[in-house]
Design a protein around this ligand. Structure first.
Ligand SMILES: Nc1nc2c(c(=O)[nH]1)N[C@H]1C(S)=C(S)[C@@H](COP(=O)(O)OP(=O)(O)OC[C@H]3O[C@@H](n4cnc5c(=O)[nH]c(N)nc54)[C@H](O)[C@@H]3O)O[C@H]1N2
Ligand SMILES: Nc1nc2c(c(=O)[nH]1)N[C@H]1C(S)=C(S)[C@@H](COP(=O)(O)OP(=O)(O)OC[C@H]3O[C@@H](n4cnc5c(=O)[nH]c(N)nc54)[C@H](O)[C@@H]3O)O[C@H]1N2
Ligand SMILES: [Mo]
Length: 770
């Protein structure tokens, strides 16, 4: 008789049951409650393999011998014991702290890590460092930075961006027109930070379609929305949406349909903005013909759309992607301005919302109760960087940067500690990052995998994946807390993030405050029971006691449906003022007016991005969209079955239009070099009429595998090509979606990237000895 154990678990891509027999994973079953489970759940079998895992603590030879920095990223590693590794790491923290102060430790450690809210590696790293004087951290995220920064000044908070605005059920009931900028796609909705029990986006989209809502889809990619939605596709030039939004505003005003009363009672600075639209300010009317030229959309369509949105209840939905671009503040602000001009903000099914389906929970019911999560504590020092300025931090110590109108200084970083993130996947212009990673004295990376970031480390600490320990999954956009139960023993000598940090804390003399005397399971019980008590006392919502929850695998949490963004403000603007400079919606900002930034003006403004298809210097280049990969979360589980199904010949697939295939004499499945002045990579080509001419789509996440001579990445990582510039001086956000590239046919090298990566690991001594 075989004994199959059924283990409840969850990842960012959803909840599932792991089937374990004799200590081995024999299958993964989707959660019964999930109407659209993600295929990525099956890739988790990969976690149990040793192929690309780090099996034992490792140190780079040159660092161990003489703290050599020049050979970082190229040199062999040697295995060491856990005792030795912990001693080295704690010693470096102590040394840098006493010689240079805590600000010389960079532990922003951006990254998605696991969905577990206890073993959350970057939170634990911060918790530990906060007990010994703190660290330099980061603000905002790669997902969104330009967006929340501008929203805080225009609407006073970020509710409309983080899924606390208008919900899909309201859209289905009340909207007549839905303008969808970017994507509304099950591809991105597969994931949610912290995981979710049910993927409800496709159901919501069906309800919206069935209710007869007319969807206009504005995107360079037709398949950014399922064909079943029956949307009209407007194949906009990338990064020009602001011009379209300004023209729609201009034409609504010209039709005399703008809501002058709403602009007076609920907005500030509309006069100056209207003067910009009419051309009174700069001599150029921002009309349909003007925008048609910039966006390459049809002027008549724009006129008709202006008519439609000013006579029907219209919701403007905009992906997070649009603000991950140069001047990424502008489309967000211009969308708010258009919704304000139409006077629909605060009405059910009208107004604006950001990030619908960018993650699975945005647009779904909003969690109102408490979720369990370990606390990072408080950082005693206040040095920080905007998240995407990591390379500048390392290359420009002592220099200044601006953020939200203030000036700050980059500290002199001596120690970098990264746990649960992969900057050599996520950051832009990776060749520049490589140079930056040569600067600090010591780099510590804690990850289950030998990632491209671990390759650049001095000390690598192998963490377990979530299936090798116990945890809780929960998030602010899910209606359940899920038990993440241990399925298999730790792979190799890897240890849980909690155990690693507890031992380092011991060396630093703060073990007691770090652990508060609790074991893993005691923590889970404590965090769960705390959330349960709050939900009972403050929300009259009963959750079962911990033992029952753990046995059953999940519990519901309190949620709110039928959200209408800014309803209270609309009905009584002085009784419910916004937290902005005017207490109203800001259409011209006094702050930005005083700052006089060229890249973020006082009101929504069309400003040409650094690289775009309309630039004089475009030549024969394409605009690269490096969007999120269908078959994995970022760089995680790259060799899992879901991820591999979206690769060809061991590398990523890039898509271009049939017109461009003809123009560049490229055909289906050919190996193509994509390059620009910053770098080059190889991709396998797919010719697809879902892609707008002039655009190349290359998803993120391939494991950087550069050739020794030419620095060509043979895996297809778009971040060797992207621009490392901020969205603007105001937000300093990531601008990955602004990038021009060239393409050319190339001979296919013998090895594919997957086997080549493994071969290099062997050469560097990784994964061979325990
Ligand atoms: N060109 C371009 N670049 C982009 C984007 C884009 O649109 N275009 N998007 C950006 C966005 S939105 C984001 S969010 C970032 C994502 O960037 P990241 O969040 O850095 O990407 P991940 O691959 O999820 O990295 C997570 C790492 O954590 C490790 N890990 C997983 N579980 C654990 C654990 O339990 N403990 C520890 N210690 N480690 C663990 C994984 O092995 C992996 O190496 O990328 C950004 N980069
Ligand atoms: N499968 C999967 N899902 C994911 C992730 C993943 O790695 N894999 N990552 C998750 C994370 S961390 C995040 S932050 C979200 C991100 O969610 P998003 O930011 O919404 O996702 P992206 O895939 O970057 O971009 C969506 C689409 O925007 C369009 N777009 C790009 N530039 C422009 C433009 O200038 N104008 C217009 N109109 N459209 C444009 C592109 O066609 C692109 O396909 O995705 C999440 N979901
Ligand atoms: Mo993200």
């Amino acid at each position: 008789m075989t004994d199959i154990r059924r283990v409840s678990h969850c990842s960012h891509w959803g909840a599932y049951t792991i089937l374990v027999e004799g200590g081995r994973i024999i299958g993964v079953e989707p959660s019964k409650d999930d109407p659209n489970p993600s295929p990525i759940i099956h890739s988790i079998k990969e976690w149990a393999k040793t192929d690309r895992r780090v099996l034992t603590p490792m140190v780079r030879k040159g660092w161990l011998e003489n703290k050599n920095k020049e050979t970082r990223g190229q040199e062999e590693f040697v295995p060491i014991s856990w005792n030795e590794a912990i001693r080295l790491v704690a010693g470096e923290i102590q040394r840098v702290k006493s010689e240079f102060g805590n600000e010389a430790i960079f532990a922003g450690s951006y990254g998605w890590a696991s969905s577990g809210r206890f073993h959350h590696s970057s939170t634990m790293l911060k918790r530990m460092l906060n007990l010994v004087g703190g660290y330099t951290g980061h603000v905002d995220t790669y997902s969104y930075a330009a967006g929340p920064v501008i929203l805080r000044h225009v609407l006073g908070d970020t509710d409309a961006l983080v899924g606390k605005g208008t919900t899909f059920d309201t859209v289905a009931e009340h909207s007549q027109t839905l303008l969808a900028f970017g994507s509304l796609s099950p591809r991105t909705a597969q994931n949610e930070a912290g995981g979710s029990a049910r993927h409800s986006f496709e159901t919501s989209l069906r309800e919206i379609t069935a209710a007869g809502v007319k969807i206009i889809h504005i995107s360079p990619l037709r398949d950014d929305i399922p064909a079943s939605a029956g949307a009209d596709w407007w194949p906009v030039r990338p990064n020009t949406d602001t011009a379209l939004l300004l023209a729609l505003s201009c034409e609504v005003v010209k039709l005399g349909r703008h809501d002058a009363a709403f602009l007076r009672t609920h907005c500030s600075g509309s006069e100056e903005f209207l003067a910009y639209l009419s051309g009174d300010k700069d001599g150029v009317e921002k009309n349909a013909a003007w925008a048609a030229e910039i966006t390459e959309l049809n002027a008549d369509w724009i006129l008709k759309l202006a008519d439609r949105i000013s006579t029907t209840r219209t919701m403007i939905a905009m992906s997070w992607s649009l603000q991950r671009a140069h001047h990424g503040e502008q489309p967000y602000w211009a969308a708010i301005a258009l919704a304000a001009i139409c006077g629909q903000i605060g009405l059910p099914g009208g107004g604006v919302g950001f990030g619908y389906a960018s993650l699975g929970g945005v647009g779904g019911p909003v969690t109102v109760g408490k979720n369990p999560a370990i606390s990072a504590g408080k950082n005693p020092i206040n040095t920080f960087i905007p998240c995407a300025r990591i390379t500048d931090l390392l290359l420009k110590p002592g220099e200044t940067f601006t953020y939200e109108g203030n000036t700050h200084r980059y500290p002199d970083t001596r120690l970098v500690y990264w746990a649960g993130g992969n900057p050599f996947h996520h950051h832009q212009d990776l060749n520049r990052l490589t140079e930056a990673f040569r600067r600090p004295e010591t780099i510590i990376v804690q990850d289950p995998y030998f990632t491209a970031t671990a390759l650049h480390a001095d000390i690598i600490l192998p963490a377990t994946t979530s299936i090798e320990r116990n945890d809780l999954a929960a998030n602010t956009r899910s209606d359940k807390i899920i038990a993440m139960q241990q399925a298999i023993p730790p792979v190799g000598l890897s240890r849980s993030d909690y155990d690693i940090f507890s031992d380092i804390a011991e060396h630093l003399g703060v073990r007691g405050s770090f652990t508060e005397g609790r074991t893993e399971m005691e923590w889970l019980r404590y965090l769960y029971e705390d959330a349960r008590a709050v939900n009972r006392n403050e929300h009259a919502f009963d959750m079962p006691e911990f033992e029952t929850f753990w046995l059953e695998g999940s519990t519901p949490t309190p949620v709110k449906t039928h959200g209408v963004h800014l309803q209270a403000f609309r009905s009584d603007p002085s009784g419910n003022p916004l937290m902005t400079e005017s207490k109203k919606i800001v259409l011209t900002s006094r702050l930005l007016s005083s700052l006089q930034y060229e890249d973020c003006a006082a009101h929504p403004t069309w400003i040409e991005p650094e690289e775009w298809l309309g630039s004089e210097a475009v030549g024969e280049r394409l605009h690269m969209i490096s969007n999120q990969p269908e078959g994995r979360l970022h760089s995680q589980l790259e060799t899992g079955e879901a991820s591999l199904s979206h690769k060809r010949k061991g590398r990523e697939i890039a898509r271009i239009s049939p017109k461009d295939a003809l123009r560049f004499k490229l055909s289906q499945d050919s190996t193509v070099k994509v390059w620009n002045s910053r770098g080059a990579c190889l991709v396998t080509l797919c010719v697809d009429d879902a892609v707008r001419p002039g655009v190349l789509v290359l998803p993120t996440g391939a494991w950087l595998t550069q050739t020794e001579q030419g620095n060509i990445d043979i895996a297809g990582n778009p971040n060797v090509l992207t621009l490392d510039i901020p969205a603007s001086m105001f937000s300093q956000g990531c601008a990955a979606h602004t990038c021009l590239v060239s393409v050319e046919l190339t001979a296919c090298p013998e090895k594919d990237a997957i086997s080549e990566y493994k071969a290099r690991m062997d050469l560097l001594g990784i994964g061979t000895s325990i």
